[in-house]
Design a protein around this ligand. Structure first.
Ligand SMILES: [Zn+2]
Length: 263
């Protein structure tokens, strides 16, 4: 009888553990809203940080009112404010746009002597063409760079301006030399260009967790690269009435390029 009870308890424990494991999906890119919707000037958050923390541990995005750029790393959500300094926001803050997934170490390698962000993109593109350019990637690069050029933006007040215009007038830029750092990059396949910026998006955080920003340019001495690929995608649309009838077929590729690259 004791044996039967022990067996029953073990089976139950196994079922509970495997159920918990299955609930947490580690192989899906979760996206809040569309970059195209943010670009038009919708900075109203639709998911709280608390809700998104349920969806795993690596994120890029922005905050309600465009209050700085967002990175989540080591299970902490950071805001790079308009002074390019780091703040830790409260779990109640709302997020209008983000990509969130679980960061697996699927591949690890080294890079050295990269002179520009374009060169870094080429290096990463080569790796992506090898591994398949129709899936999603999160990449974390860390170690030492020679220089980096970053930006963040000032919190907006209503009525909101389109994003490209905000970055023309309310953007702060900074150049840094020789700091240890981590960069988180997200790769969206080209066929998803109506939902997000196709190809790469880079966010930077210094190792001392004091400086943070969206990366405009850089020069790398040595870096270790960890790459995570993901083959599933889930989109969370805002539940606003005005979103439901909105025309999102307008071509915004020029604005999105300006937003990403600062040109
Ligand atoms: Zn950014």
């Amino acid at each position: 009888m004791k044996r039967l009870t022990a067996l029953f308890v073990m089976t139950l424990a196994f079922l509970v553990i495997s159920w918990c494991w299955n609930v947490k999906d580690t192989e899906t890119i979760n996206q809040v809203s569309l970059l195209q919707w943010l670009t038009l000037g919708d900075y109203y958050g639709s998911k709280s940080i608390k809700e998104l923390k349920e969806l795993w541990n690596i994120w890029l995005g922005t905050f309600d009112g465009l209050n700085g750029e967002l990175i989540m790393l080591d299970w902490v959500v950071y805001r790079g404010n308009d002074k390019l300094e780091i703040e830790v926001p409260s779990d109640d803050e709302l997020i209008p746009f983000a990509n969130v997934t679980f960061f697996d170490n699927d591949l690890e390698y080294e890079l050295s002597d990269i002179d520009s962000i374009e060169e870094l993109k080429e290096e990463l593109d080569d790796k992506v063409s090898e591994l398949g350019e129709n899936r999603f990637y999160f990449v974390a690069l860390s170690w030492e760079f020679n220089s980096i050029h970053i930006r963040s933006e000032r919190k907006q007040e209503e009525v909101y301006k389109p994003l490209a215009e905000v970055l023309r007038v309310d953007q702060t830029e900074k150049k840094l030399d020789s700091v240890e750092w981590t960069i988180v990059a997200f790769f969206t396949p080209a066929y998803m260009a109506d939902l997000n910026a196709a190809w790469w998006h880079f966010h930077f955080v210094s190792k001392d967790r004091k400086t943070w920003g969206h990366v405009l340019d850089l020069s790398i001495k040595d870096a270790s690269v960890i790459l995570d690929w993901t083959d599933n995608f889930k989109l969370y649309l805002p539940d606003w009435e005005f979103f439901k009838g909105l025309d999102l077929t307008v071509d915004q590729s020029a604005d999105i390029k300006e937003v990403e690259q600062g040109k």
